[in-house]
Write a protein that binds this ligand. Structure first.
Ligand code: FAD
Length: 294
C-alpha cells in the first residue's frame, strides 16, 4: 500500500493553536512534524489519522539554547540543526556521534527531535541519547505544561507519556561539569537503522574516579538504562578491566531478537563491544586519565 487513506489537514502557527486544533478535531487528529516516520506509517496504513495538524510553522519550537545548567532544545529542532549546532557538539558530543549516522541528509533536514521521541521506535537513535543524558521532556496539554523524565517518558515500543491531545514542546538536557559522552552504531549500510548501537554518558569526580555513569542500547532489546553495567563504574578509577565488566553486564541486560539484521548472539556481542567502545571514548572526552589495563 503506497497511498495514505484520505485525511484532512490544518497548519498551526503556535503551541496554543496546535492544542486547540487537537481538541477541536478529536482523538483521530495527530500532529505531523518532519513526517519521516508518520507518512511511511500512513502509506502502509499502519496509521490512519483523520486530521493532520502540521506544526512546521510553530517557530517557537525551533530553539537550541544554553540556559544556565540546562540546554533547551525545541521539539521542532531538526536532526540537521542538532548536527550543525556548536553548543550541542561541545556539551554533548554523543548527539553529534548519533546524528552523523541517522539516515541521510534528506531525512535529517526534515526529521525532528520531537518526532523522533514521539515515534518511540525501538531502533530510533535519539531515545538512547536522551536516556543516557537523563533528559527531560516538556509536554504541553489542555491543562498546562508538565515535565517528564526520560525514564518515565517511554512506555514501550511506539508508546509514550505524551497523550494524543498533548504536544512535546522541548527537551531539556542537564549540563554537567567534567562530563563526557559517546554513541556508536553498527548499520548494514550507510543511513540504515541500527543493527545495534550503544550510548554512554559519564561524569568524573575531582579525585579521578567516576562520579556518575549511564549506559543505553538501541535496537538490542533493552528498555531504559543498563543500570547494573553503569553501577560497576561509579566510585571507581577507570580501567580496561572495569570497561570490560561494564560491557559484559550491558550484553547480559540486552534482550535482542533475531531478524534480517542478524542473529541473537551477534547482537549480544555488539552490545558488549559497542558499550566498551563508547565508554572508552566518553572517558577520554571527560578528561579521565588514560584507561589503564587490569
Ligand atoms: C529512510 C529513513 C531512514 C531513517 N533512519 C533512521 C535512523 O537510522 N535512526 C533514527 O533514529 N531515525 C531514522 N529515521 C527516522 C527519522 O529520524 C524521523 O525523522 C524521526 O523518527 C521522526 O521525526 P519526524 O519529525 O519526521 O516525525 P513525524 O513523522 O512527523 O512524527 C512521528 C510521530 O511523532 C509524533 N510527533 C511529532 N512531533 C511531535 C511533537 N512535537 N509532540 C508530540 N508528538 C509528535 C507524530 O504525531 C507521529 O506520531 C529514518 C527515517 C527514514 C524515512
Amino acid at each position: 500500500m503506497q497511498v495514505p487513506a484520505p485525511f484532512e489537514y490544518a497548519r498551526a502557527t503556535s503551541v496554543r493553536d496546535v492544542l486547540e486544533l487537537l481538541e477541536r478535531h478529536g482523538p483521530e487528529s495527530h500532529v505531523i512534524a518532519g513526517g519521516h516516520s508518520l507518512l511511511p506509517m500512513m502509506k502502509l496504513r499502519l496509521a490512519r489519522p483523520e486530521w493532520l495538524i502540521d506544526i512546521n510553522d510553530v517557530v517557537e519550537l525551533r530553539h537550541i539554547a544554553e540556559d544556565g545548567d540546562v540546554l533547551r532544545v525545541g521539539a521542532l529542532a531538526r536532526h540537521a540543526d542538532l548536527l550543525a549546532s556548536e553548543v550541542v557538539g561541545r556539551l554533548f558530543p554523543l548527539v553529534h556521534d548519533a546524528e552523523k549516522v541517522i539516515a541521510d541528509p534528506v531525512v535529517r533536514n526534515r526529521g525532528t527531535i520531537g518526532g523522533s521521541l514521539g515515534q518511540a521506535d525501538p531502533a530510533e537513535d535519539l531515545t538512547t541519547v536522551c536516556d543516557v543524558l537523563r533528559a527531560q521532556v516538556v509536554i504541553a496539554g489542555p491543562s498546562g505544561e508538565r515535565v517528564v523524565d526520560m525514564a518515565d517518558f517511554h512506555r514501550g515500543p511506539y508508546e509514550t507519556a505524551c497523550e494524543q491531545n498533548e504536544l512535546i514542546t522541548e527537551v531539556r538536557f542537564p549540563i554537567r561539569a567534567r562530563s563526557g559522552s559517546a554513541y556508536e552504531k553498527v548499520e548494514r549500510r550507510v543511513g540504515d537503522w541500527a543493527v545495534g548501537a550503544a550510548g554512554a554518558a559519564l561524569q568524573m569526580a575531582d579525585d579521578g574516579t567516576i562520579a556518575d555513569a549511564a549506559i543505553g542500547l538501541t535496537a538490542l532489546g533493552l528498555e531504559g538504562l543498563a543500570t547494573d553495567a553503569a553501577a560497576v563504574l561509579v566510585g571507581q578509577r577507570p580501567s580496561e578491566g572495569l570497561v570490560a565488566e561494564a560491557g559484559r553486564l550491558a550484553a547480559e541486560a540486552s534482550s535482542p531478537v533475531e531478524d534480517q539484521r542478524g542473529p541473537v548472539d551477534y547482537k549480544r556481542h555488539l552490545a558488549d563491544e559497542l558499550t566498551r567502545r563508547v565508554l572508552r571514548r566518553a572517558l577520554d572526552r571527560a578528561g579521565a586519565t588514560a584507561v589503564q589495563g587490569g
